[in-house]
Write a protein that binds this ligand. Structure first.
Ligand SMILES: Nc1ncnc2c1ncn2[C@@H]1O[C@H](COP(=O)(O)OP(=O)(O)OP(=O)(O)O)[C@@H](O)[C@H]1O
Ligand SMILES: [Mg+2]
Length: 255
């Protein structure tokens, strides 16, 4: 697996919560691999008001990385990330707390795409929270260059209709054959096939409505009932399917 970007077209369907849920279960589903969640929402980080709200140590985050002269290295990227567990099997690159801080980040995102691809060969998969489409400082390069692009919607017309137009535009700007999928949070009365047809994507992955777990997870909760929750059980299936859609990059073997 390599780079998977998550975005939305309208409202707040659950991009950040879904990305964090996938990150939480990643090493369980993909033993031996680690995961890095890049917090690229230019509107302001949903993680810094959530699981990272206890504070971020000095010297970490995208704004620190932006001050480093390109080309960036894997070590520089990892060095700016917060580890969520002692083994650093799950990491987050903290984003911006204020949209004004997103303005100068364009070249940094471009530089990070190549680094992110390099991480895959070192056993680290990358998820990117791109936030809502159309922001003035949208990190567009993740939308065009991610190996898998997931558009997050709810199972209602208010989020599916704007997403349909967005999927068309996103697909036109991506290499032919590269995957765009839907992620539906709380499908409501609709089947995955119905939402896939409405969105114009070949596949929709599903996460259930699970308010209690969504809240607990974003408050930094782990283990116990959270691990057994409907949300994290479905998140494991989504990671499994995403891994099938985006094959692993073979590790670079020194000769
Ligand atoms: N699977 C879920 N079940 C129930 N509630 C959820 C789920 N996922 C997210 N939510 C809730 O939906 C709301 C929005 O979630 P979140 O912040 O993740 O959305 P977002 O798409 O990242 O929004 P924004 O565009 O503002 O960044 C939050 O109240 C969150 O708890
Ligand atoms: Mg968000």
């Amino acid at each position: 697996m390599s780079v998977i970007a998550l975005t939305s077209a309208h409202g707040a369907p659950g991009v950040t919560t879904s990305a964090f849920a996938l990150t939480s279960v990643w090493p369980q589903v993909r033993p031996g691999r680690r995961v890095l969640l890049i917090d690229a929402d230019p509107a302001g980080s949903g993680l810094m008001t959530g699981p990272l709200r206890a504070g971020i140590p000095d010297g970490l985050g995208i704004s620190v990385l932006a001050a480093v002269r390109a080309p960036l290295s894997v070590e520089q990227l990892i060095g700016c990330c917060v580890a969520l567990d002692p083994a650093a099997a799950r990491m987050v690159l903290p984003g911006v707390s204020d949209p004004r801080q997103a303005r100068p980040l364009g070249p940094t995102w471009v530089a990070l795409v190549d680094v992110a691809r390099g991480l895959s060969a070192s056993g680290v998969d990358v998820l990117v929270d791109v936030g809502r489409l159309g922001h003035q400082w949208e990190p567009t390069v993740w939308l065009t260059a991610a190996d898998l692009l997931a558009v997050v919607v709810r199972g209602d017309l208010a989020t599916v209709l704007p997403a349909t137009a967005a999927v068309r535009a996103l697909t036109a700007n991506r290499p032919a054959g590269s995957a765009v999928v839907g992620v539906v949070v709380d499908p409501g009365p609709y089947t995955s096939a119905e939402i896939a047809t409405a969105l114009g994507v070949r596949e929709v992955l599903t996460l259930p409505s699970d308010v209690r777990t969504a809240r607990a997870l974003m408050e930094g909760g782990t283990g116990g009932w959270i691990d057994r929750s409907a949300l994290l059980r479905s998140a494991r299936s989504v990671v499994q399917r995403a891994a099938e859609l985006v094959p692993d990059v073979e590790p670079v073997v020194a000769r």
